[in-house]
Design a binder for this molecule. Structure first.
Ligand code: 6GU
Length: 227
């Protein structure tokens, strides 16, 4: 999968894709992330990419032309499945969306900054608008990093048995069960006996019970959703 991220602050995305699972996904050739500095594509003087909003009001708006130039250039090079705009007024990201997007070939992700992007770009280029939760970030970059990570780790072949996504919280609509490692007795705090039993069926049942219990206690809303 190829992901093209468009931003006015590319430095914010230097680290998130350079380590751990995102690094491995790229090293394996399964994920190809390209971060573009929008300022390299503006036709305006002094690398200008934003301007005052019509009608007045505080905050700058990202101009349509640099975005149109870059998105169209990319679209001439290959076909994109989605042009995603990261915005707090988008649809809240959930695991199901990450699962669906992980099966795509090519994605463009636009990070908004300032007051956001000119509405005409949303109307004519953007196909999907995603938020990562009901709070406001200074820009879409950190949200884009979250989205790329959530998608990237699900690309077939990225995770192995050790890091399998199948047992993640949310993957089956439930929170993950508690996990333990050595020592079996730490300061008198003991690991649940059943996990030491060596009985995979019993352990599986216990984990499922724990998942349901945890979800009921912490996120009862998840049990009402039919996902
Ligand atoms: Cl996608 N962008 C910004 N700026 N703030 C957010 C967000 C996105 N998702 C939640 N808050």
């Amino acid at each position: 999968m190829r992901i093209d991220v468009i931003t006015v602050v590319p430095q914010l995305l230097d680290s998130p894709f350079a380590h751990s699972i995102m690094k491995r996904a790229q090293a394996k050739g399964l994920l190809d992330v390209h971060v573009h500095n929008l300022r390299d594509y503006t036709p305006y003087k002094q690398a200008q990419v934003d301007d005052y909003q019509f009608g007045g009001g505080a905050g700058m708006v990202m101009m349509p032309e640099p975005l149109a130039i870059l998105v169209e250039k990319l679209q001439e090079e290959r076909k994109y499945d989605e042009v995603i705009y990261m915005t707090p007024d988008g649809k809240t990201l959930v695991q199901k969306t990450a699962n669906t997007l992980s099966l795509k070939e090519n994605l463009i992700i636009i990070c908004g900054h300032y007051k956001g992007i000119d509405e005409r770009v949303r109307e004519h280029f953007v196909t999907m608008e995603i938020s990562i939760g009901d709070y406001v970030l200074s820009g879409g970059e950190l949200a884009a990093a979250v989205l790329v990570d959530a998608i990237g780790r699900l690309i077939p072949g990225v995770l192995n048995d050790e890091t399998s996504a199948l047992t993640d919280s949310h993957q089956d609509g439930l929170l993950a069960p508690p996990v333990y490692t050595r020592p079996a007795d730490f300061r008198g705090w003991k690991v649940p006996e059943i996990l030491l039993s060596g009985d995979p069926k019993k352990i599986g049942e216990w984990r499922h019970e724990q998942s349901v219990k945890r979800t009921e206690e912490r996120r009862p809303d998840l049990l009402d959703d039919d996902i």
